[in-house]
Design a protein around this ligand. Sequence first.
Ligand code: 5RP
Length: 237
Amino acid sequence: MTQTNTPTTDASPALTQDQLKTLVGQAALQYVVPGEIVGVGTGSTVNKFIDALATMKDQIKGAVSSSVASTERLQALGIPVFDSNEVARLSVYIDGADEIDGHGNMVKGGGAALTREKIVAAQSDRFVCIADESKLVQTLGAFPLPVEVIPMATQRVIAQFAAQGGSAKVRLKDGHPLVTDNGQFIVDVTGLQITDPRAFEAEVSQWPGVVTVGVFAFQRAQVCLLGTANGVKTLTF
Ligand code: 5RP
């Protein structure tokens, strides 16, 4: 991992987490290629990026989006959204993360959009992760790991994680299982230490009923723009 700093210009008081998200959302514009379609993730940090992207909407063709929420935000700002099937390749995908390690491996899915996020990341040449520094970890696993599952497999998947020492719970919304954009459920798993993210992703992805596991090792980030008290740090992996 290599690291460069873009310091903030003044010695103002510590920035809030929301301000750090704005900072990295704006910094991500430098990776958007004029004349092209950009891959857009999901979450509160990406919302800042989408708002910044609106300032250069006349210079891009549009976006491929990873969720209904991002699509609605992009369209409300006048940015055309393309179906991923209409686009062969994207040069860049910009998204947040719940955790990122020193190799660009991530845990994602806090916003329940992990499946579409992995699809758009897979069709992109470069993943640029935008996050505040609280997301940088030594080992993945402290943040509950989201896994999208087909509802009838939920208890079986929970039992498989229990056999590995993890504790999995169905994510709820208003007292009922949250239903993803794809009509599936999410289980969140705690108690894991993911020391080999590629092996873990490869194994869990094969469990019957698992749609997507929220470890992004095969679709890891090549760049991370990290919002810190001293400005935006650029990590390259
Ligand atoms: C959504 C995601 C998000 O990228 C992740 O949860 C980070 O979100 P935020 O920027 O709100 O902290 O994976 O499924």
